[in-house]
Design a binder for this molecule. Structure first.
Ligand SMILES: Nc1ncnc2c1ncn2[C@@H]1O[C@H](COP(=O)(O)OP(=O)(O)O)[C@@H](O)[C@H]1O
Ligand SMILES: [Mg+2]
Length: 233
């Protein structure tokens, strides 16, 4: 029997490539024959699509998935304003309830072999009512993939994030070096430093892409190695 391959994709910051990596992992899992679906529990910052307001992150995850699920399950909280989620929620009178996210997660699990969840912002982003991204991660209780947005300062952000993940009793299953800054100096040495200090498998090194698309990124990530780690046969 195929073991579950659920994942939580987090980043060293907002805007570091979580959505692209999560979608690329979905594409890789789909290519490996898994029934997979994405989830963006909390999205802040929507775009207009006809009469509706939708999350671009949720849309990307839905495009990459092999199982089509209702948008309300993929993205239970869609907040209009591109602000910290607790603030965006408060400004539209919404409250983010962990129970609602967990119900949607359970439904997505029931229709798939793998749910790839994209976190909001950085790991400890406030979600309101004392809840933060770390609490959500702990409740989801699935292996974590860390996207390191390669730029000056990322080593500290990566190591702090890895520490926070471990403090929640979660497993860092892998990390991705994503070159969001094309001009970063000493790129290779920084990747080596991260490799030496992160107790996790490196799933790929993604160069700065002229046209960043998950389809381009998917073959750069070692989904086989990831599956060996999280769902060994
Ligand atoms: N390797 C890369 N090369 C070039 N641009 C990238 C790369 N990774 C991410 N980007 C760009 O950076 C921005 C943030 O990426 P995204 O996946 O939305 O990050 P997050 O989900 O962490 O906010 C997007 O405009 C994306 O196209
Ligand atoms: Mg995103």
């Amino acid at each position: 029997m195929m073991r579950r391959a659920d994942l939580l994709v987090i980043g060293t910051d907002t805007g570091v490539g979580k959505t692209l990596v999560a979608a690329a992992l979905l594409a890789g899992l789909a290519a490996a024959g898994l029934r997979c679906v994405g989830m963006k529990p909390v999205a802040a910052g929507l775009m207009r699509r006809g009469d509706a307001w939708v999350s671009e992150d949720a849309e990307a995850l839905m495009r990459a998935a092999s199982v089509q699920a209702p948008r309300a399950l993929v993205n239970p909280y869609a907040l209009r304003e591109a602000a910290a989620p607790d603030l965006a929620a408060r400004r539209e009178g919404a409250r983010i309830a962990l129970a609602r996210i967990m119900r949607a997660f359970a439904e997505l699990r029931a229709m798939s072999d793998a749910v790839v969840v994209e976190g909001a912002g950085g790991f400890r982003v406030p979600l309101g009512d004392g809840l933060d991204g770390g609490d959500l991660a702990q409740a989801l209780n699935v292996p974590v993939v860390l996207v390191v947005g390669m730029r000056l300062g990322c080593i500290n952000h990566a190591l702090l994030t890895a520490e926070a993940v471990a403090a929640r009793g979660l497993t860092l299953a892998g990390w991705v070096a994503n070159r969001i800054d094309a001009t970063m100096a000493h790129f290779e040495q920084n990747v080596e430093t991260l490799q030496a200090r992160l107790d996790a498998r490196r799933l790929g090194i993604v160069p700065n892409l002229a046209q960043p698309r998950f389809e381009t990124m998917a073959p750069m990530l070692d989904v086989r190695a990831l599956l060996d780690t999280i769902a060994p046969a």
